[in-house]
Write a protein that binds this ligand. Structure first.
Ligand SMILES: Cc1ncc(COP(=O)(O)O)c(C=O)c1O
Length: 469
């Protein structure tokens, strides 16, 4: 039989070489095989059909009413609303402080000076762009679906959080503030804020639940090395929700001198807008890189959702594309309220931490406890933009349990040499679930962070099951 190279096939079929390689990887070219690093393609092979048009996975919903090319400009509105979600439910003093932040954001952050400064920080300090990685061994192990990772774990400090923290801290510096105040759950946000404070020479105060302090001790030590003061929070479940309450109270007393560094696309206006815009770099890079690598768009884009910053960061670039977008919520130990952190799946409308969204609630309407193996996901609410995009049917939300996330944590570690953060492992687990049932296609996962912080916890709780003494 006569064979042609990828280059020859690409020329013959009028396709990009990357796309031909991608089709070979997916076994979509009959008789093609890999020899060394390149593919041999039978000269008689037919040009594979473009299945994309058959795979339009967008539901027939109201999405058509929204022009996603202008979505970011129109949402939120000037009062911070995404449809009926968002807004600002805070007292007069805090509203005044957050208005100052909003004004600063609209003027300072849009200036060429700010944009250039941030661009340089992202390149030289953060190490952006982060790459996209094709998980060849994991994909082959699972079947025919190709799994790709956007490597936010390779962003400086090991998670996506630094993307918005450097932006927020740069704005704080321009506003003449001397101190950063923030909450943290898994500690990734805390480490990023402490890093930004050190970079800009600002004081730093991080509020963290006592349970999370114990669970994520390595991140607590990192924050202390970076010069941050840790304020332990002993109220309620001693996790993220109470840490936010405590940090807000501290900020209310110290707002003239301080800047609040929100850890996700949550909180009162303008934080969901501002954090989304600083995180949008993930999707912008990922979309371009994925097309360059494969010649097409992914079939599915997915990411874990705590408050929703890493997910909105990657999703925002794909909203207008014929791509299925799936946010992954933590199912924790089960469906019962109190056992999980699946706000969209099991929640109802309500107000928390100064904004309107979908919240986990008890029967009496009080905010329910959120539970997850991943400290960064156990928040009882979700960013208002997610609530809105869910309400119009543009984004689907699925759940992954603690044990499924743990399985993904070890599978990715052992097949690809990448130890994911437990938060990110939820999205990897979703890709694994899909790959076990789908016959072809590609899934792009935002790997929001690396798992160093979770090692002690995982060995203690899952070591025996995964043969670690
Ligand atoms: C690595 C990592 N991924 C994801 C999250 C969840 O946050 P978000 O939904 O804002 O991305 C966290 C939160 O701490 C985190 O540390």
């Amino acid at each position: 039989m006569n064979y042609m190279s990828v280059k020859e096939a690409a020329k013959k079929w009028g396709l990009n070489e990357r796309r031909v390689r991608f089709l070979c990887q997916q076994n979509r070219i009959e008789g093609a095989y890999k020899e060394g690093k390149s593919y041999k393609i039978p000269c008689s092979a037919k040009k594979p059909l473009d299945l994309r048009s058959n795979k339009m996975v967008l539901k027939e919903v109201k999405v058509d009413q929204i022009d996603f090319t202008t979505f970011r400009k129109k949402y939120p509105d000037v009062n911070g609303y995404f449809g009926s979600y968002g807004g600002s439910f805070v007292d007069k003093d805090l509203r005044k402080a957050f208005n100052e932040v909003y004004k600063g954001y609209l003027t300072i952050c849009k200036s060429a000076k700010f944009i250039n400064e941030l661009r340089q920080i992202r390149r030289d300090f953060q190490g952006r762009p982060t790459p996209i990685y094709h998980c060849e061994r994991l994909s082959n192990y699972l079947g025919k679906v190709q799994i790709y990772l956007k490597r936010e774990d390779l962003n400086h400090t090991g998670s996506h959080k630094l993307n918005h923290c450097m932006g927020e801290a740069l704005l704080a510096k321009h506003l003449g503030k001397k101190k950063l105040i923030a909450e943290t759950g898994a500690g990734s946000h805390g480490v990023a804020v402490a890093t930004a404070a050190a970079y800009f020479g600002l004081e730093c105060e991080i509020h963290m639940g006592a349970v999370d302090i114990e669970k994520q001790l390595s991140n607590v030590k990192r924050m202390q090395i970076l010069g941050a003061k840790i304020i332990p929070v002993y109220e309620g479940t001693k996790t993220l929700k109470e840490a936010v309450d405590s940090a807000f109270a501290a900020y209310a007393k110290d707002q003239k001198k301080s800047f609040y560094c929100m850890g996700s696309v949550v909180g009162p206006h303008p934080f969901p807008l501002m954090v989304r815009d600083f995180q949008e770099i993930i999707g912008r890079e990922a979309r371009k890189q994925f097309i360059e690598m494969t010649g097409e768009l992914p079939d599915i884009v997915s990411a874990c959702v705590g408050g929703g910053s890493n997910s909105i960061g990657i999703f925002s670039a794909f909203l207008g594309d014929p791509v299925k977008i799936v946010g992954i919520e933590a199912l924790g130990k089960g469906k019962e309220i109190g056992q999980n952190a699946s706000s969209i799946t099991y929640g109802k409308e309500g107000v928390l931490h100064g904004f309107k969204t979908i919240l986990l609630q008890n029967e009496d309407g009080s905010v329910a406890d959120a539970t997850s193996i991943a400290s960064g996901l156990d928040y009882p609410g979700i960013g208002p933009e997610h609530a809105f995009l869910h309400s119009i049917g543009r984004i689907d939300y699925e759940t992954i349990s603690d044990d499924e996330a743990a399985e993904a944590f070890f599978l990715l570690s052992r097949l690809e040499g990448i130890i994911p953060a437990l938060e990110s492992a939820h999205a990897v687990a979703y890709a694994i679930k899909c790959a076990r049932t789908m016959h072809s296609g590609s899934i792009l996962i935002n790997l929001s962070g690396r798992g160093d912080k979770d090692i002690d916890y995982m060995i203690e709780h899952y070591g025996e099951k995964y043969n670690i003494i």
